[in-house]
Design a protein around this ligand. Structure first.
Ligand SMILES: CC(C)(COP(=O)(O)OP(=O)(O)OC[C@H]1O[C@@H](n2cnc3c(N)ncnc32)[C@H](O)[C@@H]1OP(=O)(O)O)[C@@H](O)C(=O)NCCC(=O)NCCS
Length: 143
């Protein structure tokens, strides 16, 4: 498994992962806008030439706000999500990582806790389809 920078040419694969993993997947246009933004950073996990996971964030003034993390259902529990988060945390200029996660998403919450994230608070009914509270989490990046 290889972790590398994600690029606009990965958009079809990223859209496929989004459709597999989320009830409100990012569109192709959403990814085009993301990659066109100078503050965006994204990593892809590749296995046998296929993109099986990715993570994205916007990095502004040392603060990285994670937009999404997804691993193909057939490739989960093999350390790919954790490897993506570990690599992301080594991004140059990153001082702090922030994210939000559905309250019921026990897999992602366990992963973030394992990666050192702490809960900062709850944002009521932040998500749609279905409506659900968001857990806000963050971690400081030690240099
Ligand atoms: C959350 C997600 C990215 C995890 O990816 P993954 O590659 O399976 O995670 P890893 O194998 O790296 O797991 C690392 C740790 O996370 C935790 N974890 C991951 N999946 C878990 C699960 N289903 N149940 C409990 N803990 C879990 C464990 O602590 C695990 O460490 P361990 O294997 O030593 O026990 C994946 O389940 C996914 O894509 N889910 C759908 C999309 C999603 O919810 N994204 C997050 C949006 S905020």
């Amino acid at each position: 498994m290889l972790i590398r920078k994600a690029e606009p040419s990965d958009i079809p694969a990223l859209c496929a992962l989004e459709r597999e993993c989320f009830s409100l997947p990012w569109s192709e246009k959403g990814f085009e806008d993301f990659f066109a933004n100078d503050c965006s950073r994204a990593l892809a996990a590749e296995a046998d030439g296929r993109v099986v996971g990715y993570v994205g964030m916007y990095l502004i003034c040392g603060e990285g706000e994670i937009t999404n993390l997804a691993v193909a259902a057939s490739c989960r529990r093999q350390g790919i999500g954790e490897a993506l988060m570990t690599e992301l945390s080594q991004t140059e200029g990153l001082e702090r990582l922030l994210l939000d996660v559905r309250q019921s998403n026990t897999a992602a919450r366990a992963l973030y806790e394992k990666c050192g994230f702490k809960v900062d608070g709850i944002r009521r009914r932040f998500y749609e389809k279905p409506a659900e509270d968001a857990v806000l989490m963050s971690r400081t990046i030690e240099k």
